[in-house]
Write a protein that binds this ligand. Structure first.
Ligand code: HAM
Length: 434
């Protein structure tokens, strides 16, 4: 074994897992297409201040988890993206997409980087599928985005999910609440743990999210954000809930849900899975109406979006047995060479089949016929094509259906004609879903 190992917190994804990834990605592309979302790809690194400005300098992500470096010794710092929302908004503003159309619906499946302590469901390089609706964040827009996220879960058959939802009010509501919360917590600061004491100064709302039972008992009697909401924020939230009811989406209102990124306002939500243990959040999102101005926009760009952790989604699906039926697509035809001298004929049959769009495999290392048959079965080939001296002479080849064991003698042209119609359906890139 090599002395080189993958970096802690990163993972290799091998072909059999890729099949599951592609299947899930295929479902995502299909479902988001139904809602009119279009894919966006942004650079893997951005200037560090973009993230400081948008996610917030007091958050865990910016404070401790960013992989930052300077490409030039005295140049501007850049950071491997820890999330996508900031980069998508940056791209949207930079390309002035608002001048093309008032509303843009964008989605992504992308790799992200956070310097967190690795554990099950928490990696340093991970992937998210997410969507951002830019230009509108009305209650209908919020409900549409949540509906789309839940539709992806439903289409994949994932169960045991819980949607937690809350409203954070507008900026002024939060400022008033932050002060009230700090005033309540300060006399109790002796009861807080290290991270919560740090947050008391910079970002007391995050203390509400603490999983520490001692802290939870301190905050049980804390003032409630809902009591600080202005009437229109309350009405908007009620409207979101009404739309969710209409769509029969179940949710739990959780007044303690604040989320770990600073750009949120009004509705915030998270989906947790009972399959995930400590890192139980499979996805989350919310409105971020202030982000565009934070990044220098002269006009308001209301926005709402979410992101789902792909690895956590895979863990949940694996535990629920939803990936068992997904198998890597095997070759349609495996060529079995009976005699090494005929290799040139086998190679040309192989070329002909591949050029006709038929997935074809053959042995390249001179293995026995028995070993070739074993390999054809291991790769779940549908057919075996036998190339032997008599076949080459007559130009008709033994063509065996490995599922039914039925065998015919066909010319290559006949093989191609027979497989052509079925191949169209087999060769989809996200294949393997039988
Ligand atoms: P987030 O809650 O930081 O939100 O991440 C969304 C999801 O990414 C989490 O629920 C989790 O499933 C997954 N995730 C986060 N960190 C890790 C990690 N270290 N390892 C594995 N999975 C992880 C955001 O990133 C926001 N940008 C979501 C959003 C989009 N809000 C509005 N638009």
């Amino acid at each position: 074994m090599s002395e080189y190992r993958a970096v802690k917190g990163t993972k290799d994804i091998f072909p059999d897992e890729i099949t599951s990834w592609k299947y899930i990605e295929g479902v995502i592309h299909r479902v988001v297409g139904l809602y009119g979302f279009q894919e966006i790809r942004t650079p893997v690194f951005e200037y560090t201040d973009l993230f400081q400005r948008s996610i917030g300098s007091t958050t865990d992500i910016v404070g401790k988890e960013m992989f930052s470096f300077r490409p030039e010794p005295d140049g501007r710092s850049v950071t491997l993206r820890p999330e996508m929302t900031a980069g998508v908004m940056r791209a949207f503003l930079q390309a002035n997409l608002a001048s093309v159309s008032p509303v843009h619906k964008l989605y992504y499946i992308a790799e992200l980087f956070r310097k967190e302590r690795p554990q099950a469901g928490r990696q340093r390089q991970f992937s998210q599928f997410g969507a951002e609706m830019l230009g509108v964040s009305s209650p209908e827009a919020v409900a549409e985005v949540i509906d789309m996220m839940m539709q992806v879960f439903t289409s994949l058959g994932v169960s045991g999910l819980r949607l937690r939802i809350n409203t954070l009010g507008d900026f002024d509501d939060r400022v008033r609440y932050r002060e009230a919360l700090r005033a309540y917590l300060e006399p109790h600061s002796g009861l807080l743990d290290g991270p919560s004491r740090e947050r008391l100064e910079k970002n007391p709302l995050r203390i509400l999210d603490s999983k520490n039972p001692d802290i939870q008992s301190v905050i049980a009697d804390a003032p409630k954000l809902h009591d600080f909401l202005n009437p229109s924020a309350k009405a908007e939230f009620d409207q979101v809930l009404l739309y969710l009811d209409q769509k029969s989406i179940e949710y739990v209102i959780d007044p303690l849900l604040v989320r770990g990124l600073d750009y949120y306002c009004h509705t915030a939500f998270e989906v947790v899975s009972s399959e995930l243990g400590a890192q139980d959040a499979i996805g989350g999102g919310g409105r971020y109406d202030g982000l565009a101005r934070e990044l220098g926009s002269k006009s308001d760009i209301p926005a709402v979006g979410f992101a789902v952790g792909m690895e956590r989604l895979l863990i949940a699906m694996e535990k629920q047995g939803l990936l068992r039926h997904i198998v890597p697509p095997g070759p349609k035809v495996y060529i079995i060479l009976q005699n090494k001298e005929l290799k040139i004929h086998a190679l040309s049959a192989c070329d002909l089949l591949r050029r006709s769009g038929i997935r074809t495999e053959m042995d390249l290392c001179g293995r026995s016929m028995k070993a070739q048959m074993r390999e054809a079965n291991r790769q779940h080939a549908d057919y075996a094509l036998f190339v032997g001296s008599s076949e080459v002479g007559s130009q008709t080849f033994g063509f065996k259906n490995l599922r039914t064991s039925g065998q015919d003698f066909l010319s290559i042209r006949e093989v191609i004609a027979r497989l052509a119609s079925s191949t169209k359906h087999v060769d989809v890139p996200d294949g393997g879903h039988d």
